[in-house]
Design a protein around this ligand. Sequence first.
Ligand SMILES: [Zn+2]
Ligand SMILES: [Zn+2]
Length: 228
Amino acid sequence: MAQFKKTGTLSDFQKFIAEVYGLPDDRLYSIWDILTQQQRFTMRALKGIRKDNREKIKTNLLISFSWLMAIVNRLHINIEEEVWHRFPYLCSYCGKLPCVCKTTKSSRRVSVKVDAKKRPHGLALLQKMFGEIYPTKGRSVADAGVHLAEEMGEVSEAIHNYLGQHLQKQFNEVKSELADFASCIFGVANSLNIDVAKEIEAMYPKNCHICHKAPCVCSFSDVVSLKS
Ligand SMILES: [Zn+2]
Ligand SMILES: [Zn+2]
């Protein structure tokens, strides 16, 4: 039986998704299909923000996060490594803790010194790290949602470019954009006090959250008609 425990790491979650959904994802979904699903559930989370429906936001945020894992699995990217590389307990842009981008309005990304000792072990600690880099005070849930949408667009653009020309620098862009998207998942979750690790554990007590099988046996039409 496949399970994610709230004490698990982001890599554990990536492995869990590979175990449950790797087979149907490979057989039934092109990378464009996976990307469409990630976009679809991200947009539903945004609809939840517009409707002020915390439950809707939470469910769709977690499903969108799961599709993100499907993308990184397909592209053989270690998302935990990429997130740490991009956010080493510092803002990826201004290099500060907490982030000062809003006040300094810097127009160029700084290079930062990574302190490996600060690396969070566990999904919950990773979420806490994002809460410290990007405190929720002074930012609305809608602001966090707009940022999530922006990063979803950048992920799509990066994947589109990479699948067009297959250049290594474009693949590096894909990795960075996927890490930025993950940071925004935590951004929305932090704004609403959603404990991502705990909620993933609750959503996935046993295998697929819909059919409860591993590998998942939900059909393509089950997935496209899923109401959330
Ligand atoms: Zn910053
Ligand atoms: Zn299923």
